[in-house]
Ligand binder design. Structure first.
Ligand code: GRF
Length: 215
């Protein structure tokens, strides 16, 4: 098995990063986390990555005059670590079309909603305002349009009476931590790949069963 070299890009606490690092520490996982890169020197996730023995790098966007310049510095780190795939995990910088195109099919993101619903921020608050009874998270390939890339995997959770944005976020993030490693496995072992703007899957599907909420 070839273990693909993966970089995780973060800006904050890095709980998804930890779930990816943990999954990739298993010998049968088709990827190894070769780098954690943050655009913020104070991202809490950096310490957590270092504690797990992962190489870390900071490319501070504030130290670079343009977006292109910032991304060039990131590319240098990615090249130095021979990175094949990028996982965005709470990375709070918008990337240029050029960067996104260069990593097309090799860069994925996790988003806290069932896309295409609730692109952007404040997803849990907006879901509650709309009164949806099922919410969740999505892993998708990154394309230039924000949160609009082809979907690799989704997980759903119920919305229950009395939920707040925080309680809903807490329920969703548990599933993010399960879903993201699964999706990374799928792109690294070739189960899912980007093909003409769609995700092509090689594995069969189980069409039985429906998620009901309220259950
Ligand atoms: C997660 O909710 C993820 O879906 C979103 O940003 C948040 C990052 O959280 N893209 P963490 O840093 O992984 O804990």
């Amino acid at each position: 098995m070839t273990r693909r070299r993966v970089a995780i890009l973060i800006s904050g606490r890095g709980s998804n990063m930890v779930s990816l690092i943990e999954a990739a520490s298993r010998p049968d996982f088709p990827a190894g986390i070769a780098l954690v890169l943050s655009n913020r020197p104070d991202a809490a996730g950096l310490e957590r990555a270092a504690a797990a023995g992962i190489a870390t790098a900071v490319v501070d966007h504030k130290a670079h005059p343009t977006r292109e310049d910032f991304e060039q510095a990131m590319e240098a780190e990615l090249k130095a670590h021979d990175i094949a795939f990028i996982c965005l995990a709470g990375f709070m910088r918008v990337l240029t079309d050029g960067f996104v195109e260069r990593w097309s099919g090799r860069m994925i993101n996790i988003h806290p909603s069932l896309l295409p619903l609730y692109r952007g921020t404040q997803t849990h608050r907006r879901a509650l305002e709309d009164g949806v009874l099922v919410h969740g998270c999505t892993v998708h390939f990154v394309v230039p349009e924000l949160d609009a890339g082809p979907i690799i995997a989704q997980a759903a959770v119920p919305v229950v009476p009395g939920d707040t944005a925080d309680s809903l976020a807490a329920r969703v993030i548990v599933q993010e931590h399960v879903l993201y490693p699964k999706a990374l496995r799928m792109i690294c072992d070739g189960t899912a790949r980007l093909d003409n703007g769609r995700v092509a899957f090689t594995r069969g599907w189980n069409a039985d069963g429906t998620l009901h909420s309220p259950g």
